[in-house]
Write a protein that binds this ligand. Structure first.
Ligand code: FE
Length: 134
């Protein structure tokens, strides 16, 4: 997995154990355990490793799975899709297109308008809350 300009040791220090396990070792956090599965706050979700914008809270929905779920990314080129044949299943793995961090998987049982479900790990994301300007 490519992590430009940052060594593995540096990443291990900067990320929590959960964040490292999910993003660098393609781990999956237990359902209903992450910090964002039930979050309704408005804002933009960034890659926890390289900080690019990945998802808007406007496309987040309650999938009932216990993982933060979105029906699309902020731009289609933000998330890289890779076929994942682990655990005897054929799934579409979602990677950060900028740094290669593992984010989660993409399924085709999502809501309109895309019909896709980006099933993400909270540990791969950082929510930048929307700033109220009134
Ligand atoms: Fe990234």
């Amino acid at each position: 997995m490519d992590t430009p300009n940052e060594s593995n040791d540096e990443l291990r220090k900067r990320l929590s154990a959960d964040q490292y396990y999910v993003t660098q070792e393609a781990g999956t956090e237990p359902a209903f355990s992450g910090c964002y599965w039930d979050t309704k706050e408005e804002g933009v979700y960034h890659c926890v490793v390289c900080d690019i914008e990945l998802f808007s809270s406007e496309t987040k929905y309650d999938s009932g799975t216990g993982w933060p779920s979105f029906y699309e990314s902020t731009e289609s080129n933000k998330v890289r899709r890779v076929e994942d044949r682990s655990y005897g299943m054929v799934r579409t793995e979602a990677l950060c297109n900028a740094c290669g961090a593992h984010l989660g998987h993409i399924f085709s049982d999502g809501p309109p308008p895309t019909g896709e479900r980006f099933c993400m790990n909270s540990a791969s994301l950082r929510l930048q809350p929307k700033v109220d300007t009134d």
